[in-house]
Design a protein around this ligand. Structure first.
Ligand code: IPD
Ligand code: CA
Ligand code: CA
Length: 264
């Protein structure tokens, strides 16, 4: 039986409550509801409202767990268990009514992600993984794709919009991935890019300078679906370095070597 089974209804309740908030404001935001954190980095009243709602639900059920979230709650980093929450991934998409955004909640135990849930409210797709127990989409088991080389693969990425100083080497990597694959997408939600890699819609994903809430749940989904996740050195430090490659496993070393060639 699942070690965390009692927490699953709580995570579901939290993502569905956050999703209701996202859907109720979609297409109705005014300029006054949007703040700029940095160039091209936005936060809306919806990010905050969703976060407060999710945090309240998690806190009520697990008052002794830490919570790391994107918008408001400071990281305490004291206890064994920690929730990692992105209350709206794809804020820029959301602001523009571009239908690709999600909510992500992960649970970390002593520094290891043990549960991950990603919910796409528009498609009603609930991705879930528990460490050692597999990955699921709407309760059906999922697995990564079987494609063996990058040239036959469909990839996704994110642009380094918070780290413009890396644009030149990034574009060299992009050029090589683009010319050497069957297609590259930049849809604007790292959380969904990872979930899509887990269920085989994408074969691989890479991005730099992400935050823990962008990758914690999605990386567990990929691993539990049989894929591979590393940082750009091929190591384990993808949650805090934010430099991540997630793939079906077969093309992982090929993707890493393309990245390493331009980021030494
Ligand atoms: C962003 C999205 C985007 C990625 C950014 C993230 P946010 O998250 O995941 O795809 O390229 O790096 O910050 O800010 O919309 O939650
Ligand atoms: Ca995010
Ligand atoms: Ca966010």
């Amino acid at each position: 039986m699942s070690k965390y089974i009692e927490l699953i209804p709580t995570i579901k309740k939290a993502v569905f409550a956050g999703a209701e908030i996202l859907l109720s404001h979609l297409g109705k935001l005014s300029q006054m509801d949007i703040n700029t954190k940095a160039k091209n980095d936005f936060v809306t009243k919806v990010d905050k409202e969703s976060e407060v709602c999710i945090v309240n639900i998690l806190r009520e059920r697990t008052p002794n767990f830490d919570i790391l979230t994107e918008e408001t709650i400071p990281d305490e980093m004291k206890r064994n268990n920690r929730w990692i929450v992105d209350p709206l991934d794809g804020t820029t998409n959301y602001i523009h009514n571009f239908p690709f955004f999600a909510i992500s909640i992960a649970l970390e135990e002593k520094g290891t992600v043990v549960l991950g849930m990603v919910y796409d409210p528009l498609r009603k797709e609930l991705f879930f993984a528990e460490k050692g127990k597999g990955a699921f989409l709407n309760d059906k088991s999922i697995s990564v794709s079987k494609r063996k080389t990058v040239d036959e693969c469909f990839l996704a990425t994110g642009f380094p919009f918070k780290a413009h100083n890396y644009i030149d080497p990034y574009l060299k990597v992009f050029r090589e991935m683009f010319l050497g694959s069957s297609g590259v997408r930049r849809a604007g939600s790292a959380v969904l890019d990872l979930a899509y890699t887990a269920c085989g819609r994408l074969d691989g994903f890479w991005e730099m300078k992400l935050s823990p809430w962008d990758v914690a749940a999605g990386s567990l989904l990929i691993k539990e679906a049989g894929g591979k996740v590393t940082d750009w050195e091929g190591g384990e430090d993808y949650i805090f370095s934010g430099n991540i490659v997630g793939s079906n496993g077969h093309i992982h070393s090929q993707m890493l070597s393309i990245i390493k060639e331009h980021f030494t």
